[in-house]
Design a protein. Structure first.
Length: 615
């Protein structure tokens, strides 16, 4: 597609502005490593929330979600629970507060806070760094593949004769631009530029939704969708038949493994709830939480992500899917068995977005790539420098040395992540590996670390190791990553339990310090009893029932916001009013039972209030 001079000018202006902001803020970011990695813990929660939302508004994920809505209709709301998308609810209700109370800089440093300084703790520290860095590389490769596909479809210059090489060339260019401002500015640069990027993406998203509403009537949409496309409810089978409309979609449903939808949803909930209970992975989401000024602000930040992200993003997703359903089906049919559903997004944009606005939209989607890539890149040096270089190699260096090493580490990880992306052309392959293979090895150990006092560093290390090692043979069998998750979880869980009981418990002083500062609920009675022996007035966390109830209500609230955006764009007015009603009722409940109680002094007694507001 040939963009007009106006469109190209808007895109160029955006890229120049992003680089300018990155360099402008870099002086403040480079003062010390806390400023570089966490923005000095001085950024307001709403800035961090906008930044986190921007980082999650990634182009590769957007292309995948457009495909899901196109094929699966309203039931596609549930499929992203694979990530799981509702993990932000667990974070906002209780986990962000618990995590931020630690006052650490990275997830690996948190491991030392939880398990102490013994050999088991050091092994655990090592393996969580390894996991974090593998995760970073996976997300960098994922972003590289997505931006290459997108830029090659839109930008007018043919950089290589071979289409795949053309995608690679564009991926390399935008990766390089993003790397420059991230490496220079650290977390300050990431957050400030992502706030700018978020507003661009929000304008683009709303515009696409409105254009789809103007171009495609409800009658037009009904004529090109199979029975069941509009239904949120589901039975044992998916029961969605695309024959006569787009026959290749039926084969794609079989290939995805979603035909037995009830079994699929059971696996999704099993994985999603357990993964959410484990807390955030050591990536950009965790870094935003640790960057918050206080634990309460960390919780508000996680809430704000849902508020500002869901409706605009799903207006874009729905708008693109609706335009493609109305006008792109003949082109998809002509592709035959080699149909590429990832071309839905470029087609809808290139044919139905007017000049000028198209430049804003393309700049917004480029921004979404840059946001995700920037946030992920910033996570890598935090682990390498703080948890390896500073801890084991050069503990007495000055802050400028650590920041300079961070520059080098960022560059190395971008190069490696990009190299991986060169050999993985499919977004779906990377998504499935990230959400199932990596998380299967991560979930069990990271659940137990919060909720069970006896769980020790050896249990964490061997549980993580068992899960990660088990992913290797599973990669060579005819088993989907989602079906393999229970196997990974169970083997990892067994590794956790066996190693924990074969080795001594952690030092009671370490456990008491952790519990007094973090105050999780769960199986902590021996530690609580030890604390109360010297502090009789000490009150443990007794809010399990209320927190879990708030999580359930929060997931309904989260789902209603998603449904609201979809029903608005497809102009299903009755369903829209119902979704809005559910959103209002659940919002009122959460205001009363969660928000208003975030800083109640009576929550855990005076010590609890102190833990909420200080490191």
């Amino acid at each position: 597609m040939n963009l007009t001079s106006l469109d190209l000018g808007i895109i160029a202006l955006y890229l120049i502005a992003t680089l300018a902001v990155g360099f402008w803020i870099s002086k403040r970011a480079s003062k010390n490593i806390e400023g570089y990695f966490l923005g000095g813990k001085s950024l307001p929660w709403y800035y961090l929330g906008l930044s986190n939302a921007s980082g999650m508004f990634d182009i590769s994920g957007t292309m995948w979600l457009v495909y899901l809505l196109f094929i699966y209709g309203l039931k596609s709301i549930y499929i992203p629970w694979l990530w799981p998308t509702f993990n932000q609810i667990f974070l906002m209700i209780f986990l962000s507060v618990w995590l931020r109370r630690s006052g650490v800089m990275t997830g690996a440093e948190w491991i030392t806070f939880r398990f102490g300084e013994g050999k088991g703790a050091k092994l655990s520290h090592l393996i969580v760094v390894i996991f974090a860095l593998f995760s970073v590389l996976g997300f960098l490769a994922y972003g590289f593949v997505g931006i290459g596909k997108f830029a090659a479809a839109f930008l007018p210059w043919q950089l290589a004769v071979d289409p795949r090489h053309n995608e690679i060339a564009y991926g390399l260019i935008f990766t390089a631009i993003t790397t420059v401002y991230v490496v220079k500015g650290g977390m300050f640069s990431v957050v400030i530029t992502e706030v700018l990027q978020f507003f661009i993406m929000t304008i683009a998203s709303i515009a696409i939704g409105v254009i789809a509403m103007m171009q495609v009537s409800p009658e037009m949409l009904a004529a090109v969708t199979p029975a069941g496309w509009y239904d949120l409810s589901f039975g044992w089978q998916l029961d969605m038949d695309w024959r006569g409309i787009l026959d290749s979609a039926n084969q794609r449903i079989i290939d995805d493994g979603y035909s037995l939808f009830t079994i699929f949803m059971m696996l999704v909930l099993f994985k999603g709830i357990l993964s959410s209970m484990a807390g955030p992975a050591p990536n950009y989401d965790m870094q935003r939480i640790l960057s918050a000024r206080t634990p309460v602000e960390a919780a508000k930040m996680s809430w704000f992500v849902n508020v500002v992200l869901i409706i605009p993003r799903y207006m874009m997703i729905t708008g693109l899917a609706v335009l493609a359903l109305a006008f792109f089906i003949p082109d998809l049919t002509a592709m035959g068995p080699d149909v590429d559903f990832e071309q839905i997004l470029p087609f809808a944009l290139s044919n139905y977005i007017p000049t000028g606005l198209l430049g804003v939209v393309v700049a917004g989607l480029l921004a979404s790539f840059m946001s995700t890539f920037a946030a992920t890149t910033n996570a890598a040096p935090a682990y390498v420098v703080n948890d390896i270089y500073k801890k084991y190699m050069n503990p007495n260096a000055d802050d400028k040395t650590y920041v300079k090493v961070s520059y080098l580490v960022s560059l190395i990880f971008v190069v490696i992540g990009t190299a991986i992306g060169l050999f993985v052309p499919s977004l779906n392959e990377i998504i499935m590996w990230l959400v199932s293979a990596l998380w299967g090895g991560y979930t069990a150990a990271n659940m137990l670390k919060w909720y069970w006092w006896r769980f020790n560093g050896y249990g964490y290390f061997f549980g993580m190791l068992t899960g990660l090692v088990t992913t290797i043979p599973l990669a060579f069998v005819d088993l989907s990553p989602l079906e393999g998750f229970p196997i990974l979880f169970v083997t990892s869980f067994i590794g956790c339990i066996v190693a924990t009981y074969l080795t001594p418990a952690e030092d009671m002083q370490t456990l008491m310090k952790f519990y007094k500062k973090t105050r999780p609920w769960g199986f902590w009675q021996p530690v609580i009893a030890e604390i109360q022996s010297s502090e009789p007035d000490f009150e443990p966390n007794r809010q399990f029932v209320r927190d879990i109830t708030n999580v359930v209500v929060g997931i309904v609230w989260h789902t209603s916001l998603t449904a609201t955006a979809i029903f608005l764009v497809i102009q299903s007015w009755t369903e829209l009013y119902i979704a809005l009603g559910v959103a209002v009722v659940t919002s009122a409940y959460l205001k009363r039972m969660w928000w208003d109680r975030l800083s109640d002094e009576d929550e855990h007694g005076p010590q609890g209030q102190k833990a909420l507001t200080t490191d």
